[in-house]
Design a binder for this molecule. Structure first.
Ligand SMILES: [Ca+2]
Length: 459
């Protein structure tokens, strides 16, 4: 009897100490249109010391992919944990409330578990698409393009888009990403006082067009040192379906409506993209430093992710909206004090995997509707490949990534009308379409069947 009593006392002490451990907070940082051209990815043109430092405190996914390369659809898919199909999550204005209203979205999931839930600036693309936020905050800007120069504001007032970039000498908080960082720091202070677990989602909008960034971030780069990608023309062997007219960029006043850009303009835009990333990197730095100073870092899981990739003239294309890898790949860093530091993994991640990952990292059960799989095994053992495939779609183009093979097909009336295949082992820039190469016939057939099977599984 005495032994039973001691056991019960010990058991209850263990249980209590577990109960006393506060649940992990989540700081979810989403950066609009950020491609993984960062020094922690081994490409050191962009200066991003704060994102690099975050990588040093966590696991960087060398191979993370969005499931649809456009803001609204990608975010709606990520936040519901449901993949896009031919019938849902298709465009920039896709809404959870229209396409997938009946599932428990990620925000509702945390709210149901007693978390404070705050969204600062762009997390869903459409406002009021999620009811579970305790607060959905947006910074004050005259217009969504957030121009500050008189020239651009005058153009916009005349109902025109201004320039595709802006370089003026203003403080960080003059633009909305600076304001978003400051607001988020105030939230962290409140969370610290309240003591309740929090799910704080912070959406930075640069490097989305237009590339407006304070001058000091432009000045980090020597314009003469900016180079264009090696392959900046559309591959002759690629199908026309893979092409688009980069309409999002063409809407700006200094960009021609058709045809290629001049080399000078291409370099100016690349410079603007780099400056915008460095500007956001600085905001990420002040935010994470504040988390650390408040003593919240240890008990907070940090996720840093982009919503899709971006073409900076690779394949002769700009913006997102394609099935090429450069439009699909995103940066992804997950930092958790219990898991690996300064590690990289080649295990594939998809944005649809983030919801189940956060469930596991905060010790909650995953809702049964989730279509991704938790990445925690890769966070624990980054050297092991746990997953080697991903599925993405853009309009009618459906892409299956299988290890180093990137296969896309377009169908009409259930028949494949065009296809492309790139082998990244030999052609990482995707310049030679192998889909019609006789040596790859059986591979193409197998990939096409696997693609169909994946689609059926996740309908
Ligand atoms: Ca975006």
């Amino acid at each position: 009897m005495k032994h039973v009593f001691i056991f019960l006392v010990l058991f209850s002490v263990t249980l209590n100490s577990q109960n006393q451990t506060p649940p992990k907070n989540v700081l979810f940082v989403m950066v609009d249109d950020l491609r993984p051209e960062l020094s922690l990815y081994g490409q050191n043109q962009i200066i991003s010391p704060n994102i690099d430092a975050l990588g040093a405190s966590g696991v960087t996914f060398n191979r993370a992919y969005c499931n649809v390369p456009v803001c609204g659809a990608s975010r709606a898919s990520l936040l519901t944990g449901v993949r896009p199909t031919a019938n849902r999550f298709l465009t920039y204005h896709s809404r959870i409330k229209e396409d997938m209203p009946d599932v428990v979205n990620m925000v509702q999931y945390f709210k149901d578990r007693g978390y404070s839930t705050v969204s600062n600036n762009k997390i869903t693309h459409i406002k009021n698409d999620i009811d579970a936020w305790d607060e959905e905050w947006y910074p004050k800007a005259k217009t969504w393009r957030n121009y500050l120069s008189e020239e651009n504001l005058t153009l916009e007032a005349a109902n025109k888009a201004g320039h595709a970039y802006e370089n003026i000498d203003v403080p960080d908080a003059a633009y909305i990403d600076g304001q978003t960082a400051l607001k988020s720091i105030e939230d962290l202070k409140k969370f610290k006082e309240d003591g309740a677990p929090f799910f704080l989602a912070v959406g930075f909008v640069k490097p989305h067009l237009p590339f407006n960034a304070p001058k000091k971030y432009w000045d980090l780069y020597d314009p003469n040192a900016i180079t264009l990608p090696e392959h900046a023309t559309f591959p002759e062997s690629a199908p026309q379906n893979a092409k688009h007219n980069w309409g999002e960029l063409r809407s700006y006043i200094d960009i021609p409506k058709t045809g290629p850009l001049t080399e000078a303009m291409a370099k100016k835009l690349i410079h603007g993209y780099y400056a915008s990333v460095s500007y956001v990197d600085a905001q990420i730095g002040v935010l994470i430093n504040s988390l650390t100073e408040l003593g919240l870092r240890e008990n907070t899981v940090i996720v840093l992710v982009g919503d899709h990739g971006w073409s900076l003239s690779e394949h002769g294309l700009w913006v997102k909206h394609s099935n090429f890898e450069v439009a699909l790949q995103v940066p992804l860093i997950i930092s958790d004090s219990r898991l690996s530091n300064a590690a990289h993994t080649n295990s594939i991640a998809e944005l649809v995997d983030l919801y189940p990952t956060l469930c596991e990292l905060t010790a909650g059960e995953s809702p049964t509707h989730l279509q991704g799989s938790s990445l925690v095994s890769a966070l624990k053992s980054p050297a092991t490949i746990f997953k080697n495939s991903a599925l993405a779609r853009w309009k009618k183009g459906e892409t299956l990534i299988m290890d180093q093979l990137f296969y896309t097909e377009w169908k009409r009336n259930n028949k494949v009308v065009s296809k492309m295949l790139y082998n990244h082992k030999t052609d990482p820039d995707e310049t030679i379409n192998l889909a019609n190469d006789p040596d790859y016939l059986s591979i193409v057939k197998a990939l096409s069947q696997q693609l169909e099977q994946f689609k059926t599984t996740f309908n």
